[in-house]
Design a protein around this ligand. Structure first.
Ligand code: CTP
Length: 429
């Protein structure tokens, strides 16, 4: 399967197409580790089954102390594989790994990460990990101290060096009264990464380790009075999926989120803002030490000239027209700051375009890329974007070097990964 990450870098002027999603159901092995987060993995299993995949659940013996075999069997519609000695004639420890298109281990406990890093195989799941030749996704969940322990850090680094994808845990409430890094990411987010790996057919490389990626997401709101605003329908899903994938590829990620009603992507710092002015301030501050800034947010070009201090009341008189004033163009400011040496980041813009009598979508996109002066412009044909807030997207990634990479309609994580592939080719130059 030709996939986003496995595409060669586009030669200047060439159009490289990223293959669309394979619709065929896949075989997923869901290895469940012995942690309290196992109960959330039941929800992950539902997401994977509802997407049409065949899922074989392989819980460890300690996972079964948290969630029983009946739950896994009922939700997966398949018998649960629990040990190497049952159905030995079928050699399950070899078959299960070999048949898999993807192995997801969640929660990946410190113990499972250690065993996988050292190639130990003392139960069905660890055996399957050694026989699998497909992408493997570890989703760690544990107490912060265990995640930060040098032994765990080394084991994670070993697995990533072997091109295994190890997600960063989310930050938040842990099992006890404590909070910190160590929560299992949201099941829906894990399922989106799983879908991306199935598209790619290979694990996500840890090629953004040591890089700081800043992403703006969502849509700004410009207040008219204390209760009303001018806004847009951007959901922030594309920006949040960019953050998810960048973090999965090892980046330190800061998301400037304008009115996004979604949980924080695992492993990202999220700064919540409302207006274009707040987004501008937060983005400039974060961009100072960034290697990459992706402006995925829909930033209002205009705001009301006057913010009414009280709710505007209905009167018998004709309503007063709303006078607008221009907002600063944040992307243009970032380009100017880079020209004057204040920052040194690869800059990516987004543009939703329609063709008109004067030019088509891509011609408008190319004009905008030159006008904005960024390195890449991700162009959506507005007619392709069936509805804001959908999990799928299609776009062409235009490069300032003349490259064009077409990404057909597919999961937003696939477009996110293709954008990051382009960015990495520029970073490495
Ligand atoms: N953008 C920005 N600040 C603004 C408006 C837009 O940083 N005030 C960024 C967006 O985040 C996006 C890119 O600029 O990455 C292009 O946005 P778009 O609205 O398409 O650009 P405009 O220059 O406003 O072009 P148009 O005249 O087509 O609206």
């Amino acid at each position: 399967m030709t996939v986003a990450g496995s595409e060669p870098d586009s030669a200047p002027g060439a159009v490289a197409a990223v293959a669309s999603a394979a619709a065929a159901p896949k075989h997923i092995v869901l290895g469940v580790g012995g942690g309290i987060a196992a109960y959330k993995v039941a929800d992950l299993l539902r997401h994977l089954v509802e997407a049409g995949h065949h899922v074989t659940v392989v819980p460890t013996s300690s996972a079964l102390k948290f969630v029983g075999e009946a739950t896994w069997a009922a939700l997966s519609h398949h018998p649960v594989a629990t040990d190497v000695w049952s159905d030995a004639h079928d050699v399950p420890h070899v078959r299960i790994g070999r048949e898999a298109d993807l192995v997801v281990v969640a929660p990946a406990t410190a113990d499972l990460l250690a065993k996988a890093a050292h190639g130990l195989a003392d139960d069905l799941l660890t055996n399957a990990l050694l026989t699998a030749r497909c992408p493997v996704l570890f989703v760690p969940a544990m107490h912060t101290e265990m995640w930060e322990h040098p032994a765990t850090r080394d084991n994670v680094a070993t697995l990533r060096r072997r091109s295994t994808t190890v997600l960063e845990p989310a930050i938040g409430r842990l099992t006890g009264v404590d909070t910190g890094k160590g929560r299992l990411p949201e099941p829906a987010e894990i399922a989106r990464i799983a879908e991306l790996l199935l598209h790619r057919g290979i694990s996500l490389p840890a090629d953004l380790v040591g890089r700081h990626v800043v992403i703006t997401a969502g849509g700004t709101r410009e207040a008219l009075d204390p209760v009303r605003f001018l806004g847009n329908r951007s959901s922030g899903k594309q920006g949040f999926d960019l953050a998810t994938v960048a973090a999965a590829r090892g980046a330190q990620v800061t998301v400037v989120a304008a009115n996004v009603d979604l949980p924080a992507p695992a492993g990202s710092e999220v700064i919540r803002v409302v207006s274009a002015e707040q987004l501008r301030e937060a983005t400039h501050a974060a961009a100072k030490n960034a290697d990459v800034v992706v402006m995925a947010a829909a930033v209002a070009d205009f705001r009301p000239a006057v913010l009414a201090p009280h709710k505007i009341k209905k009167t018998d008189a004709e309503p007063a027209p709303v006078t607008l004033v221009r907002n600063p163009d944040v992307l243009a400011e970032l380009v100017a700051a880079r020209s004057s040496g204040e920052l040194d980041a690869v800059l990516v813009g987004f543009a939703a375009e329609t063709g008109d009598d004067s030019a088509g979508v891509l011609e408008h996109g190319r004009d905008k890329l030159v006008r904005k002066g960024c390195d890449f412009l991700v162009v959506n044909a507005v007619s392709d974007v069936k509805a804001f807030g959908q999990p799928d997207n299609a776009a062409v990634i235009l490069g300032a070097d003349g490259s064009e990479r077409e990404v057909p309609l597919g999961p937003k994580t696939v477009l996110a990964s293709a954008i990051l592939d382009s960015v990495i080719s520029r970073l490495d130059r």
